[in-house]
Ligand binder design. Structure first.
Ligand SMILES: [Zn+2]
Ligand SMILES: [Zn+2]
Length: 355
């Protein structure tokens, strides 16, 4: 019996690494060695106890890449040894509901359910199995770490697809985490003239500017973010403001205030508190507020595939975004590091299950 290490999450900070049998790929599935898996902000919701998940213990890790170890029956075009990116399995669509038929499987009514069972990717594990359709060969120049960021970049591609063309525009991003930094690079690749990025702390804002994710960095603990964004945009506000933080703060109102008349607020952050906005202001400015949840396809084109293409073409700069690495035995440290970014200086923490 071949054995691997995998992490189980018992809720909160209780994470246990155990040994268990390596899964076998069924028909239409692929087994791969996980090479990199990012710790996402959404992984931290449970860790911090904001959202208690039922059915503990569970496995997780949805920002992952690897190397194919075996393929199941009926899998074409994928071979053992290939380096691959994995589109997270919790995004699988049922294929038959209205959003799925429209190619919008990220808002599927039964997202992540296949054969009646909830699916998820297990990046915090030495091996994982995935349906072949979510396994994408990597271009040579895309590293495993970069491929683990495709999930983030694809969220940025989706948000950018939903807003009016950013080519030549000044836009703002609230937040300085991995979603913000990857989004900023996608916006630059789409021709955004100026990206103004607002973060609460100096260090990640500086990283954003030096990584090419932003042209102008604003540290909100040092200067009023709305005033700063208005100043950069000639007093009128920006065409699009992307909110990437979510959580408990009242940031949607702030985004409305930064946005010019007729502009758009795109919300990527997951809020855990109701938001108060001044509808009179939003009405007067006719600011549209839209939501951007994960990614799927746009005009028939895979947004995961598009993000990977941008990486393959050298149009994005993933290296500075991955700041920390931990082996599987140190996964508790990986989560503690990701949880306390203020003291660790982490942007994206990556688990390398074979180190
Ligand atoms: Zn994620
Ligand atoms: Zn569906």
């Amino acid at each position: 019996m071949a054995i691997m290490k995998t992490a189980y999450f018992y809720g909160g900070s209780d994470i246990r690494v155990v040994e268990e049998e390596i899964p076998k790929p069924g028909a239409g599935e692929v087994l791969f060695r996980v090479m990199s898996a990012g710790v996402c902000g959404s992984d931290l919701h449970n860790y911090r106890g904001h959202r208690t998940r039922e059915g503990a213990p569970w496995q997780q890790g949805h920002e992952l890449s690897g190397e194919i170890a075996a393929v199941g029956e009926g899998v074409d075009g994928l071979e053992v040894g290939m380096r691959v990116g994995i589109e997270a399995e919790h995004l699988l669509g049922c294929g038959t509901c209205r959003p799925c038929l429209d190619g919008q499987y990220h808002i599927c009514l039964n997202r992540g359910i296949r054969h009646g069972v909830r699916q998820s990717s297990h990046g915090f594990s030495q091996y994982d199995v995935c349906v072949a359709e979510n396994v994408v060969p990597l271009p040579d120049r895309v590293s495993f770490d970069a491929a683990a960021l495709v999930d983030c970049y694809a969220c940025g591609v989706h948000a950018t697809n939903r807003v009016p063309d950013v080519d030549g525009q000044t836009v703002a991003i609230i937040g300085a985490g991995a979603i913000a930094l990857t989004l900023g690079q996608v916006l630059k690749s789409r021709g955004a003239e100026r990206v103004v990025l607002v973060g609460t702390r100096k260090h990640p804002v500086e990283v954003a500017v030096s990584a090419g994710s932003a042209d102008v960095g604003v540290v909100s603990s040092e200067s009023d973010p709305v005033r700063a964004v208005l100043a950069v945009s000639g007093g009128e506000g920006v065409g699009v403001t992307f909110e990437t933080v979510g959580g408990q703060n009242q940031l949607i109102q702030q985004a409305v205030e930064m946005t010019r008349r007729g502009g758009v607020v795109s919300v990527l952050g997951l809020f855990t508190k109701p938001q108060t906005i001044d509808p009179a202001l939003a009405m007067e400015k006719e600011v549209a507020i839209q939501w951007s949840n994960s990614f799927s396809s746009w005009n028939g084109r895979s947004e995961f595939g598009e993000a990977l293409e941008l990486l393959g073409a050298g149009k994005l700069n993933p290296e500075p975004i991955v700041t920390h690495h931990f082996g599987i035995d140190d996964i508790a440290k990986a989560f503690a590091t990701a949880d306390d970014k203020r003291s660790s200086g982490a942007i994206r923490v990556v688990v390398k299950p074979w180190e």
